[in-house]
Ligand binder design. Structure first.
Ligand SMILES: [Zn+2]
Ligand SMILES: [Zn+2]
Length: 353
């Protein structure tokens, strides 16, 4: 019997370790995917911690509903290897696919509206059910498998989380971005992907902001129109001057008090901020400002299956510049998480199974 090798979470706030079990046999419409690549994401750090930071030392506990050992990882690309009797195996077996990981219950009102990523009784891979830091993953239905050829499997996997998150956020800014350059705050994996996607979707090259000089430089090389350091006291003034009074579209890929305050400070009247970052922190703003600036602040969490297919079509058409990818073996999953936590990663780290 094929073995399932995993880098498992066996306790919260503890290093991952290898566990080996028998590979599950796909039932009904399930498909067993042999994993080639799985990207390492900031959410994996939150899952390993067992909580999200909310600011002021408060925590959102996310340990419920998960049995240990558990497999993290949701940026998966691989080969459809075995299929259950109802999975139309003749069409999918042997295909190289990215896996849409934000799988819902399929029956609630949210899922019926196509927003499985927001389902409250979801089966999100690497979050609620076993994910991709492994040799294989079980996917409930072939509709979650997305063709990615001729892209690289590492890039295809990253598109399913960092790419999809950025795409879904930027889609919500499309009308506002027609009025002037968008502002992207935070240039981690999602932010850099956001820059590449914004260049494909928006008429003008975006402006970026990050506290790290190396990341700002990488963004300018990748086509950003201008880059600001939000810790620089004159940054806001310079940004307002460069945009003749502020931006209409801002995306906060950090999600901290400081990043959101910077985005709000750079906003023109009638502007909109979409928040996708999960770093944590409060956002104190006088309620009056919502009115006086006619501003919108919207949150978004990953993206829908339809958006994943739209994004993949854009990428396969060659419209999205792949981000820098650093591959390392699956056995180094914990070291990859440590590097990400320490801020030592530019672009995306991808595990090779
Ligand atoms: Zn992710
Ligand atoms: Zn649901």
């Amino acid at each position: 019997m094929t073995k399932l090798r995993r880098q498992s979470l066996t306790a919260y706030e503890a290093p991952l370790c290898e566990t080996i079990v028998d590979c599950p046999e796909p039932k009904d419409s399930e498909v067993l995917v042999r994993i080639e690549r799985c990207g390492v994401c900031h959410s994996d750090l939150h899952m390993q911690d067992g909580y999200f930071a909310l600011g002021d030392g408060n925590k959102l506990d996310v340990r419920a509903g998960r049995t240990l050992p558990f497999t993290l990882g949701h940026e998966i690309a691989g080969v459809a290897e075995r299929a259950g009797p109802d999975a139309a195996g003749d069409k999918i077996l042997g295909k190289r696919v990215a896996v849409y990981p934000w799988i819902g219950c399929g029956t609630c009102a949210t899922c019926r509206a196509g927003e499985e990523n927001l389902c409250s009784s979801n089966r999100h891979l690497g979050i609620s059910t076993d994910g991709g830091f492994a040799s294989h993953v079980l996917v409930p239905h072939p509709r979650y498998l997305v063709d990615y050829v001729p892209l690289s499997p590492s890039f295809a996997g990253a598109l399913m989380c960092s790419g999809l998150t950025a795409y879904s956020a930027l889609k919500r800014l499309q009308q506002h971005a027609a009025r002037g350059p968008a502002l992207l705050v935070g240039l981690g994996g999602v932010g850099m992907m956001g820059l590449a996607i914004a260049r494909a979707m928006f008429p003008q090259a975006p402006i970026v902001a990050d506290i790290d000089a190396g990341k700002r430089e990488a963004a300018l090389k990748a086509g950003a129109a201008a880059a600001f350091d939000p810790t620089d006291r004159d940054a806001r003034k310079a940004l307002l001057k460069a945009t003749s009074g502020g931006v209409f579209a801002a995306c906060d890929f950090v999600g901290s008090e400081k990043s959101l305050a910077f985005a709000a400070g750079a906003l023109a009247k009638g502007g909109k901020i979409v928040v996708t970052g999960l770093l944590g922190g409060n956002f104190p703003l006088p309620a009056t400002m919502f009115v006086l600036k006619a501003m919108t602040v919207e949150g978004t969490l990953t993206g829908t299956l339809q958006e994943a297919n739209e994004l993949m079509a854009l990428a396969r058409a060659g419209k999205i510049e792949p981000l820098p990818i650093h591959e390392r073996p699956l056995a180094e999953a914990q070291a990859a998480l440590d590097d990400l936590r320490a801020g030592r990663v530019v672009g995306r780290t991808v595990l090779v199974a």
